[in-house]
Each structure stands twice: as C-alpha cells, then as structure tokens.
Write a protein that binds this ligand. Structure first.
Ligand SMILES: C[S@@+](CC[C@H](N)C(=O)[O-])C[C@H]1O[C@@H](n2cnc3c(N)ncnc32)[C@H](O)[C@@H]1O
Length: 283
C-alpha cells in the first residue's frame, strides 16, 4: 500500500470505515477499540485545564484535529465558555454526528455561534484550516486518536500547520497511538493492541459491558473491521528519538523530534500505556 503522503483524498478517507458508513456507531463503543481511551481523554483535558488556567481571562478559540463526533470539542466548549471551537475532520459524516451531539448537549445557538466545522486533511499544505482560522486566536490545539495513520512526511506537514496556527506560548496536546524504536517492542505493542480489541469484543471487562451490548448483532463484524483497520492502516511513530532507544544508528524519526523540528520548543509525554499515549508540546 502506498504511504499516506502519496494517496489521494478518496484513498485517505477509505482508512476510516468507522468515520464514513459506520459513523453512527462510533459513539456506541469507543472504549472497546483503544485501551485506556477514557484515561487518555482525561489526561488531555487536564493538560488543557492547566494551560487555560495560565491564560487569565484571555479568550480565543481552540482547534480540534480529527474532531470526530466531539469527544474533545464538546467537553471543552462546555467547560470554557469564552472559547470557540474549530473542528477539523476529513470525513463529512463525522461532522454530521458532531453537529447532532453539540446541539443535543449545548444547544443550537452554541453550534451556530461557537463551533466552526471544517472538512479537510491536516496533512495538506497549504491547509484549508489556515484561512478559516486566520482571524482567530488559537490558544491551544488538541487531537485524539487521529494522527497515527500519517507517515513521517505527512505528520511533519500536520505539525508545521498546527505550529503556525497556534499562538505564541500555546500548546498542542495529542492523545494518540505511538510505537517504539525497538523493533521487537514495537511488534509486541501492536500485538497487545490487537489482542486487547479481540478480547473486549469477545469477553469485555465488566466496566465495558454496556458498550459491548450496544453493538448488538454487529459485534463480530465491528471487531473484525477494527482489527483489519489496525493491521492495514495504523502506522504509529515512536515518541522517543532513535538515539534514546537504540545502540545502532538506525531507527525512525520520533514524534518528539518532529515536533521540535516543526518549531515547538518543549515536548513531554505525561501518559503512556503500550501504544496509547499523550504527548504535550508548547510553542
Ligand atoms: C478515531 S477518530 C477520533 C475522533 C475523536 N477525536 C475521538 O477521540 O473520539 C479519528 C477521526 O479523525 C479523522 N481524521 C483522520 N485523519 C485525519 C486527517 N488527516 N485530517 C483530519 N481528520 C482526520 C477521522 O475522520 C475521524 O473522525
């Protein structure tokens, strides 16, 4: 399969069965497909809260990259009344779910006045978000479980755009899947994810039972499609740089290095569980 950078828009959108034909099912069971999905989201929210508390009364907007059905956008809009949202997603069906969810939780006025939904690919340069955001002051950027399909070149494009759009001193918080420099451990972590999805869709942990039941007769099909998606399309990069993790001068460019190369001046990784992690960067 060609790398993400060399695909056209249709091929890129084909990655995301759960964001296209099955977008109505996405909200039913997100925790069955990603270990510590909820903890990663809570960590992202906590990092944003720390940042917002340092802004005194400054207002502006935030950008949610791969906004999906609103897992980040909605709680952030709810919590920070002085901020508006720019929700960027490559798949229009997810925006339709986002619209319904925002209206249900926050009302029609909030959707019309505080949420701008943009269809576009964050890996494109120049990016459709750039014009739409030009007159807004982006205080922080968030992304969750979106960027691990991008190859190194596409990710560098995305990070550069995010860096350029963010105000000086602003932050980017990325809850996502990450790999490891050690080829042995990278494979272990991928296997762990696949086995974990298989288990939760077969014999779920007690606290995931409700989500399991919500899929009803679609359970087996949904499990197989997620595992197929992970095997075919996921290409997470390590967080650490090659010199941190390997004795030999081989390896791949890590996320921290790409963020610093894009212009961010500080990077940290406050949460990690196998492939799941949260990376924080400050401009
Ligand atoms: C797994 S969902 C995550 C949605 C939401 N952030 C969450 O955590 O529930 C990934 C979302 O990112 C979108 N997406 C994937 N690649 C993208 C890209 N390159 N640019 C913009 N959106 C993208 C998909 O359409 C999908 O809605």
């Amino acid at each position: 399969m060609p790398q993400y950078s060399h695909m056209d828009e249709r091929a890129r959108r084909d990655h995301y069965f759960y964001a296209e034909a099955e977008s109505d099912l996405y909200d039913a069971a997100p925790d069955l497909n990603t270990p510590f999905y909820t903890v990663a989201h809570q960590t992202l929210q906590e990092l944003v809260a720390q940042h917002v508390s340092s802004l005194s009364n400054r207002s502006g907007c935030f950008l949610d990259v791969g906004s999906g059905t609103g897992a980040e956008t909605i709680p952030l809009l709810e919590k920070y009344q002085r901020f508006s949202a720019v929700a960027l997603d490559i798949c229009p069906p997810m925006h339709r779910q986002l619209e319904a969810n925002v209206i249900a939780r926050l009302g029609l006025q909030a959707w019309r006045e505080r949420c701008t939904a943009l269809v576009g690919d964050i890996a494109e340069r120049p990016n459709p978000a750039t014009n739409a955001i030009a007159d807004k002051s982006v205080q922080f950027v968030v992304s969750a479980f979106t960027l691990h399909h991008l190859d190194e070149a596409a990710k560098l494009n995305a990070f550069r755009t995010i860096f350029e759009l963010t105000e000086e001193g602003g932050i980017f918080v990325n809850a996502d899947l990450y790999s490891f420099q050690s080829p042995y451990f990278a494979k272990q972590a991928e296997n762990f994810l696949i086995k974990w999805i298989d288990r939760q869709h077969t014999d779920p942990e007690p606290h995931l039972r409700t989500q399991f039941d919500a899929l009803g007769s679609r359970q087996e099909e949904f499990k197989n499609r997620w595992i197929d998606h992970v095997q075919k399309y996921n290409c997470p990069l390590p967080v650490e740089s090659r010199s941190d993790a390997l004795a030999a001068p081989v390896g791949i460019t890590g996320e921290a290095e790409l963020l610093l190369r894009s212009g961010f001046r500080e990077v940290a990784c406050p949460m990690r569980y196998w492939q799941v992690g949260v990376v924080w960067a400050r401009k």
